[in-house]
Each structure stands twice: as C-alpha cells, then as structure tokens.
Design a binder for this molecule. Structure first.
Ligand code: ATP
Ligand code: MG
Length: 268
C-alpha cells in the first residue's frame, strides 16, 4: 500500500476480538488473543494443532464465553450474545467437524439453514401467504444454486448422514451460503475434501467474496489454499497472536517457520 495524501482509508473492521482468554481446567487454550477482520477480506488463520484456533472461533461465534476479553461485530459489543443473535447481526460460522442434520436430506439441510439466521423475517406475521410462498420459492431457487455450486445436486435427496466427510464439509459451507450473513467464519473447510473439490471450494469462496462482498475468516492447514486465497494471514500459536502479514511475508518469517511452517512443511 502506498501512503499519499489521497490514500483511501483501509476497509472498516467488521469483527474484532480483544484480549480474549479461555482456559479449560489447567489448559490455557486462548491466552490474550486479539485480532481484527477487515470488510471484504479473506483473512486466513493458521497455527499448529492445539494453538487455540477453533476455541477462538467458538469465542467469536458465541459457542462459549471468554473468561475475559471482548468481541465486537460491526462496532457493537456482542461478547454476551448467544450464537443465533450474532448470526442475526451478520456473522455465521462452520465447524471443524461438520454438524449436518443426519436424518434430513441434503436439500432439507439447505432449506432449513436460514432459520434463525441472518435475514430471517417473521413473514407469516406481517405478510400474506403469497409473500411467504414467494419467499419459499426464493429459498428453493437459492438452494438449487448452492447445490450446483457445491456439486451436491445429484445428492440432493440423500440423507446427510450418508455423505462422505468431504461432502459433509461442502454441505456445511452450503448451509452458511444459504444465509444472508456478510461475515463467514470457516473452520478447516478443506479438511477431508479431495484435491479436485479443493479447487472448487477455493473458487466458491473467491466468487462469494468478489461478487457478493462476503468477508471471510478461514482456519486452514492446507498452505496452498491459504497462499491462493488469503490476505492477510494471521498466525496463532499457544493461544496468542504471533504475526499478521501477507502469506509471502509469513512464510519467510523465522518465528513462523519455527512455530509452525517448518513442521507443516516437513509433513507435506
Ligand atoms: N472443551 C475443551 N475441554 C478441554 N480442553 C480443550 C477443549 N477445547 C479445546 N481444548 C484444548 O485447548 C487447546 C486448543 O484447542 P483448539 O481446538 O482450539 O486448537 P486448534 O488450534 O483448533 O487445533 P487444530 O489445528 O488441531 O484443530 C488444546 O490444548 C485443546 O486440547
Ligand atoms: Mg481446530
């Protein structure tokens, strides 16, 4: 970025975690972690196993409460709000282990995703049945689009419980896409997804960012995926923020190589 008198200010911060702490018994999973997520970015979050990344997501999304620290969404303090209220305010997340509804079909999983999420309206109270039907038709059209995007069309009537691990991850992303939330947190979207589908996943996220303006925070161990998609990248280690920079800078940083990339590279 070039500094000049007319330089544009950076995009606004949509989500921030400030000095977050969370211990489980004697384990300090998150230990004074702060981060900010800029509007329109695809921000990566990387770090070794056990660094506290998923726990941080639980704190940001309201699955658990921090021992101390603060979470803000669009400048509002949401630290005490439950998950569904955070979703109504514009943030949705996926889980490291997909949480599909097994007894429902793939299509039903998608159609139910917007319930209690962003954009939910109490339509039946305010509008007539025609409007409700139009809304349902809109949802259905969207589900058909999401099915095509995530290559799940052929499996639309399959029970979610019968999907492979990779297909469940795609369904999980599909469920996040069914909502109108502008901020999407993804915990290892690529885990268990085969290399061909990884390319598809990357394209889906890129399009959602470029064409729909969605902001992403993504935990991922696949460094190709991070390198292709994420800027900036935040490195977390031992519950703390270690560094934030472009992937190119991060992969050359001795502290990052020591804490993570050296080991990750050794496993590739
Ligand atoms: N519910 C829990 N009860 C006890 N300890 C927990 C719990 N959740 C996480 N931990 C511990 O907190 C630490 C951070 O775990 P976390 O799952 O957040 O790491 P992570 O960075 O997501 O790791 P990975 O890359 O393997 O997914 C680990 O030591 C983990 O064992
Ligand atoms: Mg994790």
């Amino acid at each position: 970025m070039h500094a000049s008198a007319t330089a544009k200010s950076p995009p606004r911060i949509v989500l921030s975690g400030q000095a977050l702490q969370k211990s489980f018994g004697g384990v300090r999973a998150v230990s004074g972690m702060s981060l900010t997520l800029r509007e329109g970015s695809i921000t990566g979050l990387i770090g070794p196993n056990g660094a506290g990344k998923s726990t941080l997501f639980h704190l940001l999304s309201g699955v658990i409460r921090p021992d101390s620290g603060r979470v803000e969404l669009f400048g509002d303090n949401i630290t005490a709000l439950p998950t569904h209220e955070r979703a109504q305010r514009g943030m949705v997340r996926s889980f490291q282990l997909a949480r599909e509804f097994g007894p429902l079909t793939v299509l039903e999983n998608l159609l139910l995703a917007p319930q209690n999420q962003c954009g939910e309206r109490l339509l039946p109270l305010f509008f007539g049945p025609a409007k409700v039907r139009a809304e349902q038709e809109g949802l259905y059209r969207r589900a058909v689009e999401v099915l095509a995007l995530s290559r799940l069309t052929a499996l639309r009537n399959e029970y979610a419980a019968n999907l492979s691990g990779g297909q469940k991850k795609l369904l999980e992303l599909g469920r996040a896409l069914m909502t109108d939330c502008p901020v999407i947190l993804l915990d290892e979207p690529g885990a268990g997804v085969n290399p061909a589908l990884m390319g598809l996943l990357t394209e889906m996220i890129r399009r959602l960012n470029a064409e729909y303006g969605k902001t992403f925070l993504i935990i991922e161990h696949d460094m190709d995926f991070i390198a292709r998609l994420c800027d900036p990248v935040i490195v977390m280690t031992e519950g703390r923020h270690l560094m934030e920079a472009s992937f190119d800078e991060i992969r050359r940083d001795p502290a990052v190589i020591e804490a993570y990339l050296g080991r990750a590279a050794a496993h590739v």
